[in-house]
Design a protein around this ligand. Structure first.
Ligand code: NAD
Length: 250
């Protein structure tokens, strides 16, 4: 129940899906959470619901477009202003697209790179000074199995998620001496609105390839993120955690 007692977390893209599951779980484990998203109304509703379940103002929502440095500054300021500091950043916001290399327009490329890759860098850059003031911190960057292996499409998505994997390791090395840990999580197919664009037939076929024979749930990823956020992972940094039902074991 208290694995995140007295800790303050900022979760980007936290209004729904995996980020929302993490926000709920973190508060159950004693944290206070700032939910940052461009989906303002959903983020506000979620924060209200979490707070009323907790019986205290345990979650607040902020408008956060991860491509905008000013939004990140406001989100970190909200952590400090509302809850006194920042201990945990989950760089979870992301967008998915299945276009192949030639089918990807420059505009689409830029938007995927800006959100999935630049957003992660900006988040770390803005969070680190606040974590330094706390004397430690944990950053969890949500990559994907698409950051570990390629496929016939999703070119920009693969590129950005691969970049997140190595951004994570570079930051882990730079900030290890300051007790700021940085790890990446690599989910397989997780049943959220993001994957609604994958045809049902393809999703069913995919499940037969997964050793655990099912799609992941947001909570499956949230449990791993919780471990990395907590002091249970105090000697874990620069590492990658695959949450894919065994898909990549083959
Ligand atoms: P989701 O679409 O439900 O959630 C993504 C969230 O990011 C949404 O709330 C969305 O509003 C937010 N977002 C998008 N652009 C944003 C921006 N510019 N600024 C702030 N927030 C923004 O999907 P999800 O499955 O919960 O995705 C969470 C993370 O997991 C993403 O990084 C995604 O790439 C990754 N992931 C998902 C899967 C999967 O199968 N669902 C697999 C591997 C990795």
């Amino acid at each position: 129940m208290d694995r995140l007692k007295a800790k303050v977390a900022l979760i980007s893209g936290g209004a729904r899906g995996q980020g929302a599951a993490e926000a709920r779980l973190f508060v159950r484990e004693g944290a206070r959470v700032v939910v940052g998203d461009i989906l303002d109304e959903q983020a506000r509703q979620l924060a209200g619901e979490i707070s009323s379940q907790a019986g205290s103002r345990a979650a607040v929502a902020v408008h956060l477009d991860v491509t905008r440095a000013a939004d990140w500054r406001a989100a970190v300021d909200a952590c400090v202003g509302e809850f006194g500091g920042l201990d945990i950043l989950v760089n979870n916001a992301g967008i998915f697209n299945m276009s192949g290399l030639e089918e990807t327009s420059e505009e689409l490329w830029d938007s995927i790179v800006n959100i999935n890759q630049k957003g992660v860098w900006l988040g770390m850059k803005t969070a680190v000074p606040a974590m330094r003031r706390r004397g430690s911190g944990s950053i969890i960057n949500i990559s994907s199995v698409a950051g570990l292996t390629g496929s016939t499409g999703s070119t920009a998505y693969h590129g950005t998620k691969g970049a997140v994997r190595l951004l994570t390791k570079a930051a882990a090395i730079q900030y290890g001496p300051e007790k700021i840990r940085v790890n990446s999580v690599h989910p397989g197919l997780i049943a959220t609105q993001m994957v609604d664009i994958i045809p049902q037939g393809q999703r069913a076929a995919f499940q037969t390839m997964v050793p655990l024979r099912r799609e992941g749930r947001p909570e499956d990823v949230a449990n791993v993120v919780l471990f990395l956020a907590s002091d249970d992972a105090s000697y874990v940094t620069g590492a990658e955690f695959v949450v894919d039902g065994g898909l990549n074991a083959a």
